[in-house]
Design a protein around this ligand. Structure first.
Ligand SMILES: Cc1cc2nc3c(=O)[nH]c(=O)nc-3n(C[C@H](O)[C@H](O)[C@H](O)COP(=O)(O)OP(=O)(O)OC[C@H]3O[C@@H](n4cnc5c(N)ncnc54)[C@H](O)[C@@H]3O)c2cc1C
Length: 329
């Protein structure tokens, strides 16, 4: 509704036509195909989404963008407007409502005294783009191999020979991979992919993210609200964090609009946002964490259970419909 979509270059949008989930060396794959539709969903690089959103917001009436500045401290206290934000250049801003949107490691959340359940997983996720011999055919693969998880995501490319490679390993192993030369890295990735893709060549920089999931004890209170990862930091494996963040932002905006000129910092008003977004996020957050536990444990019962889970998923039409709806909505 902001028009951001139209600002993403069409040639950078990659269709997703099939998704496959693989378990270790098993030839079985849980597959989601388009059925009668054109596509399951689309893949867009995050930096292009961010650029489109910044472009849309810049110049809007009532918006002041202060790029390059950081929040140094903030508090909600005293008489209205109760919010006080101090930037790193000493500028002080008074506000009726402070919205924290500063990531799962949110400093604003800490300063507002909101507790958080944080699980540092000791693993890191590395993302890069690689060219390869085989055409990807717009198929995404999530492969839960023993002691490593690999996602291969189709990138928009005329020959369909470039993929985003997302590898999850113990943090020190990712640090070692980041230090390899591009050529040595390509050889190592070919070994790790066990023949799924050959002729690998690194065509981007490598980025590594330490994995932590977070659940804030509150999403709102008198004079403040938390949105995006500052409220819920999802495990990236189901690729829902950003989408969930947009949902929360949308709910908050509607709640604020309903104040019709009244106090947008009122705890009673903001409780509606908190209730709605917690209810919607909790099953996704817990479900994703359970999935990660099932697919990363190496005990024989866990291995048996995940093979069975994939086969049950393939045979259960309602389950596949729900997952497909999550991908396409
Ligand atoms: C490897 C990986 C892959 C992912 N893939 C997907 C996917 O496919 N689909 C999906 O939906 N989600 C995905 N996610 C999750 C998604 O990236 C996040 O949910 C999303 O970026 C959260 O947005 P955010 O704006 O809340 O926080 P962030 O994107 O973390 O942005 C926070 C911003 O706050 C700024 N900031 C921090 N501190 C301050 C301060 N003191 N003052 C001012 N500014 C500050 C930061 O500079 C940053 O710009 C993925 C995450 C990872 C790590």
């Amino acid at each position: 509704s902001l028009g951001a979509w139209d600002r993403v270059p069409a040639e950078e949008i990659s269709d997703l036509r099939e998704a496959r989930v693989l378990d270790g060396g098993s030839p079985f794959a849980l597959t989601f195909d388009v059925g009668g539709a054109d596509r399951l969903g689309v893949l867009i690089p995050n930096h292009l989404i961010r650029r489109a959103l910044f472009d849309v917001v810049e110049g809007q009436a009532g918006v002041i963008l202060m790029a390059g500045r950081r929040v140094a401290s903030c508090a909600v206290q005293g008489a209205a407007p109760r919010g006080r934000v101090v930037l790193d250049d000493g500028t002080t801003i008074r506000a009726r409502l402070i919205v924290a949107a500063d990531s799962r490691f949110s400093g604003v959340r800490d300063q507002l005294g909101v507790g958080v359940e944080m699980n540092r997983l000791g693993r890191s996720m590395m993302v890069c783009r690689m060219r390869h011999d085989q055409a990807h055919g717009h198929v995404a693969t999530e492969w839960f191999d023993h002691r490593q998880t690999v996602a291969l995501l189709p990138v928009a490319d005329a020959q369909e020979r470039v993929s985003s490679v997302v590898l999850t390993l113990a943090a020190p192993a990712i640090a070692d991979l980041m230090r390899l030369s591009p050529d040595a890295f390509a050889v190592e990735m070919e070994r790790r992919l066990k023949g799924r893709l050959t002729g690998l060549e690194l065509v981007s920089e490598r980025c590594a993210y330490p994995l932590a999931t977070t659940w804030s004890r509150r999403f709102a209170g008198e004079g403040f609200a938390l949105i995006g990862d500052a409220a819920v930091g999802m495990h990236p494996v189901t690729a829902h964090g950003f989408n969930l963040g947009l949902r929360g932002q949308d709910v908050l905006a509607k709640v604020l609009k309903s104040a019709r000129g009244g106090d947008i910092g009122s705890e009673r008003l903001l409780a509606r946002y908190e209730r709605d977004h917690r209810l919607a996020s909790w099953p996704l957050y817990q479900g994703t964490n359970a999935l990660v536990r099932l697919f990363t444990q190496e005990t024989p019962p866990a291995r048996l259970a995940r093979g069975a889970a994939l086969r049950a998923g393939q045979a259960t039409a309602p389950f596949k419909r729900v997952v497909k709806r999550m991908l396409t909505v």
